[in-house]
Design a protein around this ligand. Sequence first.
Ligand code: LUZ
Ligand code: MOS
Length: 752
Amino acid sequence: MTNVDGFGHTRGDSLFIDDIPLLSGTLIGVPYPAPVAHAKIKTLNVSKAEKYPGVIKILTAKDIPGTNQIGGIFPDEPLFDNEAIHYRCQPLALVVAASEVEARNALDAIQIEYEELPAIVDPREAAQRNQLIMPPVTYECGDVHKVWSECDVIVEGRAETGGQEHLYLETQGAIAAPTEDGGLTITSSTQGPTVVQRATAQVLNLPMHKIEVVVHRLGGGFGGKEDQATSWAVMAALAAFNLKRPVKVVLHRIEDMRMTGKRHPYSSDYKMGLTKDGKILAYEVTFFQNAGAHADLSPAILGRTLFHANNTYCIPNLKATAYSCKTNLLSNTAFRGFGGPQGIFVVEAAIAHAAQKMNVSAAHIQKMNLLKEGDLFHYGQAAKDCTARRCWDLCESRYELTSARERVDHFNRSNFERKKGLAMMPICFGISFTKTQMNQASSLVHVYNDGSVSVTTAAIEMGQGVNTKLIEVVARILSISPKRVRVQTTSTNKIANTFPSAASAESDLNGNATALACHEIRARLLEAAAHLLGESDSTNLELQDEIFSSSSSGRRLTWGEVIESAHARRINLSAHAHYATPGIYFNLETKKGEPFAYHVYGAALIEVTLDCMRGTFKIDSVQVVHDFGASIDPIVDLGQAEGGLVQGLGWMTIEEVVFNDRGKLLADTFSAYKIPDMNFVPPVLDVHFLENSHNPVGVLGSKAVGEPPLLYGIGVFFALQEAIHAFRPGVRCMPYAPMTNERILLSLYGGS
Ligand code: LUZ
Ligand code: MOS
């Protein structure tokens, strides 16, 4: 089956927020950005700006009828702060005008007086001053301190990873329109309709039932719209509520880059102890997460960093501590991987360090320590149906690691100014929201009396293909053509109490709920067919390819005949089902439990060629064996795997979020912030689907796919590191990502 959005997207028929035809009288809102990164606000005066032509009103904290608060995990984020500025470009007011030009013209006329305070941008400095989002958290197993003395090799060091801009194609935005009874309908580009609904209800002091949040689709999310679509939607809603007119707020790209949070940069300290054979005995790591100004999702992201601190290795003694550090930067937020990649980078950096010191390949240490069936993660869950070794072994044999190694070594001996590097990158990612209660979803399936079917869930289509997968679920269980099935627009009126499309889990959760609803309808239709055929029950009936057939009488009925008859007999042709992932739990006190329904595994082999004169490089190949379970849709899954891994390659190399020391974002345009393009994509990009994998907990035996493949990108850093070492033996190339051309040159020629 082809992606249901394919035609619409390529023809330009798909509607995004900015394409939706406006009701007449719709006003435009533009947020007013704070001029500095940290200050006490003395006065904010909008009266002059409000007199500008076309301006209807400028909304500030004073216009909020309910609670001035949108914080998701902690209530630490006012919609419009009227006391302090915590980061540069923090929105302080919303200018509402008849046109966008008029709204923008008035921005400069807003007068603000403030007392500037020093800006803290470094997470370690914030931690030193005890500026923490919450107390530090430690996950551990075994006792690292007892075993250091037994280790033959110990490495210690610091590792850093930078931020990452989501660069979804569609910028943040929403349109809010008042309803006749004082409520609102909000069309939002959000991954979490209920998040928007709840925050709006709180800010406007309305019951949630008066607010409908509608989402057609997103032009990309990547986590950037899990929590951070909320403020724009609430601003539009606040204005529509005050002015009794529809209001649209859509950010320009530069505003989006300056005003919305990104992937969290981390600075980390590691210590790893191994036997002389390469067995990891102990690993101690401390993470300093740069949370930015507000909590946002940082505490949950910190949790996933701790869960994934071991990547795919069995480490008997592990101690991981994490600090969420409050700085005067944008509130960093969810980004594909959700803290997992940051944790995994550090353990890979420690292994690479140990390998250099022991003069063995990193692959030797990686392979020796891979998880196997039944091994315990440090949080107490056992590795089940663990395919880590199968993926590794197949990757090694299929892509001929041994001969690749020889070829690369030979290349490096016979070339001076160009060097190659090779890295294996095994991955492990836990599937389920780490907060157990979020792992639930529901689905509403209608069979119409013309035989067509509609399905509505909480799932948000954001390019990841969830709608295509939902159609496949319905079509397979009802045994009908996918052409009969339509996925309806997501709305909080139709499906309540939704959780965001996030954590790679939306196909599993909404797909499983849809499967339950379809099984109910299927059973009713089989009964109806039995009745029509004069059989006492449906035991001898089958439904296959839109035909009901009886194995006892051999008689057949079409899909249409049975629907018509069931409807005439007043049988319910709709079902609403709820699904909650079974068996998962996590004890927040002991930090033990089984938080994940299952894990996704895979392994990649990455080869690079470095130009040691220029500091430039080519990624020659990324070759992957990935466990997709029994893929529902291999084309959609392949797209997710390729997109994810290229996004990971970009994070590790060319994407650099740069702020100055006063908290000003310098990389706020496409010319200053480089993301992967077609030329960057490796010429050899092979993703092999692991054979004979069936995941009993996923939907129709599949495994979640959104986030895990991003982790393969981490391997490119260590492939480049190896190439640098080949040019300059003995140099210690610091594990500071991204490995930009400047950093490469400094490693090749700088003081060490
Ligand atoms: N969002 C969230 C996520 O709220 N909880 C999670 O565990 C998660 N994991 C990955 C991506 N988004
Ligand atoms: Mo996400 S990082 O799955 O919103």
